[in-house]
Design a protein around this ligand. Structure first.
Ligand code: DQA
Length: 146
């Protein structure tokens, strides 16, 4: 079972970027923790980060057919990324939306997610642990369906 974990713009700066909001861990550390958890859950995780919406879409289109689910933190594209939304929808895969920070208690513009309508689950404000929870939830859903 293959799960795509997709990180949007600026998430490559984790560990340096607004640590009081996004935490101390780098993206590499988070991806390594996800891969460790994936081993324990006996699933394959393929991680990808880009600062470009088109590159995220290309990745979804290229990898979607061979994957069973998507975990995505779309970064600021959460709030206006309609082409990303379309690509996620077109993949027909179950999507879990993750945010490190609590987007409902920050600037008003962050409270709107254009991705939310197609997300099966949303894990918000739990820091890096939110990704691990997302992986556990998705793996158990997919296992239950298999
Ligand atoms: C974020 C929240 C977004 O508003 C922001 O633009 C990000 C990260 C989060 O993980 O909390 O880049 O998605």
């Amino acid at each position: 079972m293959k799960i795509l974990v997709i990180h949007g713009p600026n998430l490559n700066m984790l560990g340096k970027r607004e640590k009081s909001i996004y935490g101390e861990k780098t993206l590499g550390e988070i991806d390594a923790l996800l891969k460790k958890e994936a081993q324990a859950l006996n699933v394959e995780v393929v991680t990808f980060q880009s600062n470009h919406e088109g590159a995220l879409i290309d990745f979804i289109q290229e990898q979607g057919d061979s994957a069973q689910g998507i975990i995505i933190n779309p970064g600021a594209l959460t709030h206006y990324g309609f082409s990303l939304l379309d690509a996620l929808g077109d993949s027909k895969l179950p999507v879990i939306e993750v945010h490190l920070s609590d987007i409902y208690h920050r600037e008003e513009w962050r409270a709107k997610s254009v991705i939310a309508p197609i997300a099966e689950e949303r894990i918000i404000g739990s820091g890096w642990r939110g990704y691990i929870t997302a992986l556990q939830v998705l793996a158990s859903k997919l296992n239950a369906e298999a």
